[in-house]
Design a protein around this ligand. Structure first.
Ligand code: PGA
Length: 251
């Protein structure tokens, strides 16, 4: 894994967006795997800036990691709405090229199969990931096993608690989601894992330095050959001494 540590999330976001631009520029039909949450907003802001400075997003295909079950797409906290607000509406991405699981599907098993087909038809060139405080990637929660395909997941209590900051009342926080499985994530050509803030320091250290374990889902990224971990000083606090902004190989 390559580790890059920045003075602040803003600088880290610019770096991640620059990596995305390299991928977009290199392909005629680039596919970006995208994440939601507080972490990637700096990445989207920087990508939108690059777009305003000339980066053409019209050939880009996007495939999002996950969506809550039971929130209409126009609900302010749905991941559809998040992506519209932070990226889709601010660039020239073609709506038909953007993919997010449908958490309102009547037949959730069919929706999972449909989404796996979307992923098969659009192999991901660059997957952007955040990490949950419990180590989840997408909504692949810590467990005795990890599922490879797109699936319905019961969110863990700590995830529901973390998500509660975005909802007016605890009972409004969705308890289930559809998530891409670990196979789709690991099949991405290149991966960027982003994490910021003191509250991520412990899980980042476990994911990067610890054993590969299904109860730390992000640790499975150690098995991928092209992962860049993009951190700020706080989230990198428990990694061995290093220099901010330096590349450190060999973890
Ligand atoms: P956050 O969530 O970016 O809002 O901290 C990350 C995640 O749960 O994957």
């Amino acid at each position: 894994m390559k580790i890059r540590i920045f003075a602040n999330p803003h600088d880290a976001g610019i770096y991640a967006a620059a990596l995305a631009e390299v991928v977009v520029a290199a392909k005629s039909r680039p596919v970006l795997g995208l994440a939601t949450g507080a972490t990637p907003t700096v990445f989207y802001d920087a990508l939108v800036n690059l777009h305003r400075c000339g980066l053409d997003m019209s050939p880009v295909v996007t495939v999002n990691l996950d969506e809550y079950i039971g929130l209409p797409t126009d609900h302010g906290q749905s991941y559809h709405a998040f992506m519209q607000a932070h990226l889709f509406s601010r660039t020239n991405l073609a709506p038909e090229n953007t993919h997010v699981p449908n958490g309102m599907a009547a037949d959730l098993a069919a929706e999972c199969a449909r989404y796996d087909d979307v992923i098969r038809r659009n192999p991901i060139d660059l997957q952007v990931l955040g990490i949950g405080v419990n180590g989840h990637i997408g909504f692949n929660e810590p467990d005795d096993l990890l599922l490879s395909r797109t699936h319905v997941v019961q969110l863990r209590q700590e995830t529901v608690a973390a998500n509660a900051r975005f909802f007016p009342r605890m009972e409004d926080v969705p308890r289930r989601a559809i998530t891409m499985g670990v196979q789709a994530i690991l099949q991405a050509e290149r991966i960027i894992l982003m994490a910021f803030g003191e509250e991520k320091a412990e899980i980042v250290a476990r994911a990067v330095l610890g054993d590969v374990r299904t109860d730390v889902p992000a640790s499975i990224l150690q098995l991928h050959r092209d992962v860049t971990v993009v951190l700020d000083l706080q989230s990198a606090r428990l990694l061995p001494e290093g220099k901010a902004g330096s590349a450190r190989e060999g973890y």
